[in-house]
Ligand binder design. Structure first.
Ligand code: SF4
Length: 285
């Protein structure tokens, strides 16, 4: 059996940067280092950082000291200002591409454009982006949500959640174009890593008999990779780690493909490959 791994299958640069920043802080013996929400969407990495001392909090409730490490998805400026006013140090691990989107929202808001974010309203990146537009934003996740939508301005600026699907973004932007706005500014804020990863997953899915998509169940980009592989018509399993493998998936299969989400560490992919190979050998005995 051949196991092929997609070209982009481990940490993207934004996640790598955030994990390294957290590790540096914890290594320096930083006391009371905490994040609000998971620093990245991968349970095994978060648990490894927690074992080194990182605390994951829901908010600032009751906190007045220590260091807040801002997750890759960013945080609303209101939360950061509140932390600073309480004397909490802030280490910003927001992905630079997400920071760029935050700057766009801020500038659009300043220019009196109503901001439309195409994405999942409950995703932490989108929740944080909302905080950069004092005038409020509209979040659209599906074209049909545009029906009956009322906007406070006929000037709108549109951006996408960084891990959103390119085709879906184009479809929703086309819908926005038909809403009768006088002026529309559209920004392509889908991150290049996401696009490359989606293309690599789609290409690999067409060449194999079963695809394993590896990453956190809460990870948007991983869920989208699984959708892309299923759309390619291949049997697809979304798993977080080797312990979720079921060797029956590989019975009578010669070609297995693996792709990891942007927050999936390399060691998880390696563990999976090792376990599949071991399982195959054991099955032959
Ligand atoms: S997926 Fe893209 S936007 Fe998200 S953290 Fe990685 S590089 Fe940044």
């Amino acid at each position: 059996m051949e196991i092929k791994t997609a070209k982009y299958s481990s940490f993207c640069f934004g996640v790598k940067k955030a994990v390294e920043a957290a590790e540096r802080l914890l290594k320096k013996g930083g006391k009371d280092v905490f994040s609000i929400g998971d620093i990245i969407h991968n349970p095994s990495v978060v648990s490894a950082l927690s074992s080194k001392g990182l605390k994951v909090c829901d908010g600032l409730n009751g906190l007045s000291k220590g260091t807040l490490i801002v997750r890759t998805h960013g945080l609303s400026p209101g939360i950061i200002d509140e932390a600073v006013s309480r004397g909490i140090k802030v280490a910003d691990a927001t992905c630079p591409l997400v920071k760029k989107s935050q700057g766009i929202v801020k500038a659009l808001n300043k220019g009196k454009y109503h901001v439309i974010i195409v994405g999942n309203a409950r995703h932490p990146e989108v929740e944080a982006l909302k905080g950069f537009a004092e005038g409020g934003v509209t979040v659209i996740g599906k074209t049909k949500e545009l029906e009956g939508c009322r906007f406070p301005s006929d000037k709108v600026g549109v951006i996408a959640q960084s891990t959103y699907g390119e085709d879906k973004y184009i479809e929703i932007v086309s819908g926005i174009m038909r809403c009768g706005f006088k002026e529309i500014k559209v920004y392509n804020t889908i991150c290049s890593d996401t696009i490359k990863r989606q293309k690599a997953a789609s290409e690999l899915a067409k060449k194999v008999e079963v695809m394993l998509v590896v990453g956190g169940m809460m990870s948007s980009n991983t869920k989208l990779l699984a959708d892309i592989c299923r759309a390619a018509g291949v049997e697809t399993h979304h798993i977080e780690g080797a312990d979720q493998l079921d060797m029956r998936w590989f019975a009578a299969k010669e070609q297995v493909g693996i792709v990891g989400g942007a927050s999936t560490p390399n060691y998880t992919i390696e563990e999976i490959i090792k376990k599949i190979k071991k399982g195959k050998v054991e099955n032959r005995c």
